[in-house]
Design a protein around this ligand. Structure first.
Ligand SMILES: [Zn+2]
Length: 422
């Protein structure tokens, strides 16, 4: 594996090994998006190059600078179940796949990148016979603690897949949520999928929609953990190289816009009935130019403009003596902060709802993270820049007292706007 060490990074496409990669955007040397830290760690903090590239052969959009997983996932803070919007999403998700694809009492389901079991629990609730969760993050899977779920605390490789198949037989439904954007060896992971998948099995993976990144300017999704950004046509090309056919696709609103891909083995019953949704979206993506580099060069120009406009707004508010906090100390926030060069001149501190982050500091920018109750103290900030803008409705509900007290929210994307105030 090529490690981001200041060198050129990956020079061939992660999906198809082509060397026809073109640079979309260079984010410079950035602190790791998930690398929250304590003051005593500031001096030793490392930065890594981050470049986004496009493959002219398979349309795959990817970060070519790879940070080793043991660096990325140390002290991993992300617990899906802590977020209400995600819990209800996974409940509905479990219901749908069980109804469409499974006979519960005979079914074997495997999810890799299962996090804290946020999807596995509702699947087990529906009576699925064998529920297997695979995830390398020891501290996160340790919280699953559910006798109905078989936990495999490991990376999902061909070797792991062979071991699981030997023990549990072919899998009826393999699932991957977001993790399919994270895995450096994506070809190996897909071979692992085809290793465990039964002949008539279904592979469902949900990832952020490249169309949303480009059309809604969601460049804050871009960080080292998210190595890949999928369009339907790039997912189809990737699946095809592994003997899989994308037979259905469904847009889902989670994370401000994801796509749920459904694939099956070429020659299987399901692969012979490709849905209208696939045909229509593939045509739409080609019409929008997701098979041409120029489309992504245009995206790069628009994120440059966003940086200029957002910093100008913050400079203006600060010149008028306003206090500004950031809301949502996530990886997304860290990308926007670093791309825009937001620092102590623009923001006073960050707030977050996750107890694990309170008292830590954001990577590179070193903003202190306080609980959201900080918005209700007497010297509360005048403005709150909502980095977690995709959860805006939930944040407005949780902080209605702040808004009723005259506080204002700055919404950075998809367009810069201000909410609230009297
Ligand atoms: Zn490629």
């Amino acid at each position: 594996m090529i490690v981001a060490d200041g060198g050129e990074g990956r020079t061939a496409c992660a999906f198809c090994d082509s060397e026809k990669l073109r640079l979309i955007a260079d984010f410079g040397k950035v602190g790791l998006a998930g690398g929250f830290l304590r003051p005593e760690q500031f001096a030793a903090e490392k930065t890594y190059p981050m470049r986004l590239r496009y493959c002219e052969d398979c349309f795959g959009v990817q970060i070519t600078d790879i940070v080793p997983a043991n660096v990325l996932f140390t002290d991993y803070f992300y617990f899906s179940s802590a977020i209400g919007t995600l819990r209800s999403h996974f409940e509905a998700y479990a219901e749908e796949v069980t109804r469409r694809f499974l006979v519960a009492e005979r079914a074997t389901v495997l999810e890799f990148g299962c996090n804290d079991g946020v999807l596995l629990r509702p699947l087990a609730d529906r009576g699925i016979r064998t529920v297997i969760g695979v995830d390398p993050a020891t501290n996160v899977v340790a919280t699953i603690d559910d006798p109905r779920v078989t936990v495999v605390n490991d990376y999902f490789t061909e070797e792991t897949a062979r071991r699981i198949r030997a023990e549990h037989g072919p899998v009826d439904l393999v699932m991957a949520n977001n993790v399919y954007a994270h895995i450096p060896d994506i070809q190996g992971a897909t071979r692992a999928v085809t290793t465990v998948l039964g002949e008539e099995g279904v592979f469902v993976f949900e990832v952020h929609d490249l169309g949303k990144v480009v059309n809604d300017l969601q460049y804050d999704m871009i960080y080292h953990e998210h190595l890949y950004y999928y369009s339907l046509i790039s997912a189809m090309a990737h699946c095809e190289r592994h003997g899989l056919v994308v037979f259905d696709v469904k847009p889902v609103p989670i994370h401000a816009g994801s796509l749920r891909f459904h694939a099956a083995r070429k020659g299987s019953r399901r692969a012979s009935a490709v849905s209208q949704a696939v045909t229509a979206l593939a045509a739409q993506e080609r019409a929008q130019g997701f098979d041409r580099f120029e489309t992504f060069a245009g995206f790069a120009a628009r994120i440059e403009a966003h940086r200029r406009d957002l910093v100008a707004l913050l400079d203006d508010l600060k010149a008028r003596g306003k206090r500004i906090a950031g809301y949502g100390a996530s990886g997304r926030a860290n990308t926007m902060i670093q791309w825009c060069g937001i620092d102590g001149r623009h923001l006073d501190y960050m707030v977050d709802d996750a107890p694990a982050k309170i008292g830590a500091y954001t990577p590179r920018s070193h903003f202190e993270i306080r609980p959201s109750s900080a918005l209700m103290v007497p010297d509360r900030p005048d403005y709150v820049l909502v980095f977690a803008w995709s959860f805006l409705d939930e944040i407005k509900r949780r902080n209605s007292a702040y808004l009723e007290g005259g506080g204002r929210l700055i919404v950075p994307l998809p367009e810069i706007g201000i909410v609230g105030g009297r």
